[in-house]
Design a protein around this ligand. Structure first.
Ligand SMILES: Cc1ncc(COP(=O)(O)O)c(C=O)c1O
Length: 374
């Protein structure tokens, strides 16, 4: 039984709540392990099995996943990290948290993802990492420049916050051993834990380092600490683990992920069909056959006017994203990015969540057409 969330067309995003999450959280509460505990480790194993990888390290959020992955890649104050400006500000904050500088690049207006050529062109001797963002869940293929990045000592840390379950030519995101993948399990993501995130490390050593970084620098595991009178603080670390209560939600969501995948793809396809032939609406190309879509972003003329008219009509539109290079916090790293600036003036996100029925969808599309022509 899936529980229906409230909001309909008035809500921009929301989780799929399958139902058993409620009992799973109650059981976790009764079990009395609220922080990092056996359920967290169980969830890590389940994620690794789902992806078919050796290890997954869970953390408190997608932002934390990127921060710790960059630290594990050795990124620090002398470095630059290449990142699209067209992304959530969390990516840039994660870079700044390491002491490194963001180097903003353009995205392809059709996909809203970075192009390999632009990434290579932006690399400098100070570049230590590149953070491609898998926009709406679409894979970013940098395999063609992997060798050049390797030769220059540049690590790919992919922001797959929106891309859990998507694939690149049949290979699940998170399974490329040459890069680190960061997932978010935030409230509206393809798989939610309430709040949470995870990193797929490249090696066992990297997994150990990430576990230390998320556990205030302590080297020993939960099981080892239970048997010892002391522990070793082996280096820097933050309180950044995933709670057992969140893991309990994630385990239920993971077991029912097929359902979430199907419903997200069906909703995206229904929108694509309903919007086909609508003049002035450019639908982001998410490569739907390989993507579990997180949201539905279109570009329209007179976006601000359309946005306000749709809000007045009770439609829960949003904007993903105001460009980061124009944000006051990142002004010192700003550069001219005309394509991104134009996209930033045109993007609008339509309501996209599992409780949206076909009537709601029609309501959204009609309101969009009215707003465009009014
Ligand atoms: C593209 C992108 N990157 C990073 C994040 C950060 O993830 P979290 O909210 O779990 O910290 C999000 C989600 O909000 C996102 O959509």
């Amino acid at each position: 039984m899936t529980l229906t969330l409230t909001g309909g067309a008035g809500r921009n995003a929301g989780p799929i709540l399958h139902g058993p999450e409620i009992d799973a959280v109650a059981d976790a509460l009764r079990a009395g392990h609220y922080g990092h505990g056996p359920l967290t480790e169980h969830f890590e194993h389940a994620l690794a099995a789902f992806l078919g990888v050796a290890d997954v390290v869970t953390v408190a959020s997608g932002t934390t996943a990127m921060h710790l992955a960059l630290l594990a890649a050795g990124v620090g104050p002398k470095h630059e990290v290449i990142v699209p400006s067209m992304t959530f500000c969390a990516c840039v904050q994660a870079i700044v948290a390491t002491g490194a500088r963001p180097r903003f690049v353009e995205v392809d207006p059709a996909t809203l993802c970075v192009r390999a050529d632009d990434v290579l062109a932006a690399a400098t001797p100070a570049t230590a990492a590149v953070l491609p963002v898998l926009f709406s869940g679409r894979a970013v293929d940098l395999t063609g420049i992997q060798q050049q990045l390797d030769e220059r000592g540049i690590t790919i840390v992919e922001d797959a916050a929106q891309a859990f379950g998507s694939d690149l030519a049949g290979r699940l995101i998170g399974t490329n051993p040459k890069l680190m993948t960061c997932f978010s399990f935030g409230p509206t993501k393809n798989l939610t834990c309430g709040e949470g995130g995870a990193i797929v490390p490249r090696t066992a050593e990297e997994a150990d380092l990430l576990r230390r970084l998320r556990t205030v620098g302590i080297a020993q595991s939960l099981a080892q600490r239970a048997e010892a009178t002391s522990y070793e603080v082996a280096g820097f670390g933050l309180r950044a683990h995933l709670s057992s209560l969140s893991a309990a939600i994630g385990l239920v969501q993971l077991a029912r992920f097929d359902d979430a995948r199907t419903r997200r793809r069906q909703l995206w396809a229904a929108y694509a069909a309903a919007l086909a032939g609508t003049p002035d609406v450019q639908l982001t190309d998410v490569d739907i056959a390989h993507t579990v879509p997180f949201n539905l972003v279109v570009q329209v003329p007179n976006r601000d006017r359309v946005f306000h008219r749709m809000r007045q009509a009770g439609i829960g539109v949003g904007v993903h994203y105001p460009p980061n290079h124009l944000q006051p916090a990142f002004a010192r790293w700003s550069t001219s990015l005309p394509a991104t600036e134009q996209i930033g003036r045109q993007v609008i996100s339509l309501p996209f969540h599992p409780s949206l029925n076909s009537g709601n969808l029609q309501q959204v599309v009609t309101a969009l057409r009215d707003a465009l022509t009014a």
